[in-house]
Design a protein around this ligand. Structure first.
Ligand code: ADP
Ligand code: MG
Length: 266
């Protein structure tokens, strides 16, 4: 069954886009069919997938404002391995236009419903704010992957995000859950990192991914190649870490599938 995950955190620069692009490539490496949805007007995930945001004629803006069908807006990533629903600066206008439209929180959900069956995983790269676009992502997805750096202020921001997720779960998307918390740019030599990590473990338990993404220069270089790191340096620590994350996500889904099947036979 298709899984739709929003990669979110209202803080910028925490590794959401890096996670989206590299997790997409890693899931493809395990033979999954993947769609990456860029929901940030900055279009970083679009560019990081080797699609020039300034050249795309049809983007997620056209989908959210119902000018175009989602199928007509999908493009192939540069590596040719996953589909991208691209974004660019036009998306800023969509946010304002959508305020006057019906079902404004459900626009992305309705669009993804049309293509859901064609993919195993749909990853949504959220903008760095809790705005109407993020609301659309949280309404459309099955689970949220929170990307975060282990620093003091990260915990403060986390409670606002968790509060928003709980609200959306009550009002718009009863199945919504926190799929997992991902520690990014992780440096175990830093004692604050370890303190924050221990707090996260205590609070979120199993939902904290065991895989941590290390700080790795190849991951930072990847966007300039317009490729996931896996496509140009598969031995790098960054590539290995994102492959491990994909493995962890797949295993979690397999074991929850088995639990559900076992429950049905009882
Ligand atoms: P966000 O989407 O949350 O704003 P990005 O994924 O764009 O964050 O990451 C912010 C910056 O940090 C980018 O320049 C990116 O290349 C860099 N970066 C992200 N993850 C890592 C990492 N694990 N190691 C090194 N640099 C990283
Ligand atoms: Mg980003």
């Amino acid at each position: 069954m298709t899984k739709i995950y929003a990669i979110a955190n209202q803080k910028g620069g925490v590794g959401k886009t890096t996670t989206c692009v590299n997790l997409a490539a890693s899931l493809v490496a395990t033979k999954k069919r993947v769609l990456l949805v860029d929901l940030d007007p900055q279009g970083n995930a679009t560019m990081g997938s080797g699609v020039n945001k300034n050249d795309v004629e049809k983007s997620i803006y056209d989908v959210l404002t119902e000018r175009e069908s989602i199928t007509d807006c999908l493009v192939l990533s540069e590596s040719g391995k996953y589909q991208v629903l691209p974004a660019n600066g036009d998306l800023t206008a969509a946010e304002v236009e959508m305020l006057a439209l019906d079902n404004k929180e459900r626009r992305l959900q309705n669009a993804l419903h049309q293509v859901r069956d064609q993919f195993d995983y749909i990853l949504i790269d959220c903008p760095p704010s809790l705005n109407m676009l993020t609301l659309n992502a949280l309404t459309a997805c099955d689970g949220v992957i929170i990307a975060m750096q282990c620093e003091y202020y990260a915990l403060e921001g986390l409670s606002a995000l968790v509060g928003t997720i709980n609200q959306i779960q009550k009002l718009l998307n009863p199945n919504l859950k926190i799929e997992g918390l991902l520690r990014t740019m992780y440096d175990p030599r830093n004692s604050l990192t370890n303190d924050v990590s221990a707090q996260l473990q205590q609070h979120f338990g199993d939902r904290l991914y065991r895989t941590c993404i290390p700080r790795n220069v190849r991951l930072a270089e990847a966007p300039s190649f317009g490729m996931p790191v896996l496509a140009f340096d598969r031995q790098s620590k960054g590539a290995i870490a994102y492959l491990a994350l994909a493995g962890e996500i797949l295993r979690r889904n397999e074991s929850s599938g088995k639990t559900a099947a076992a429950a049905e036979t009882i």
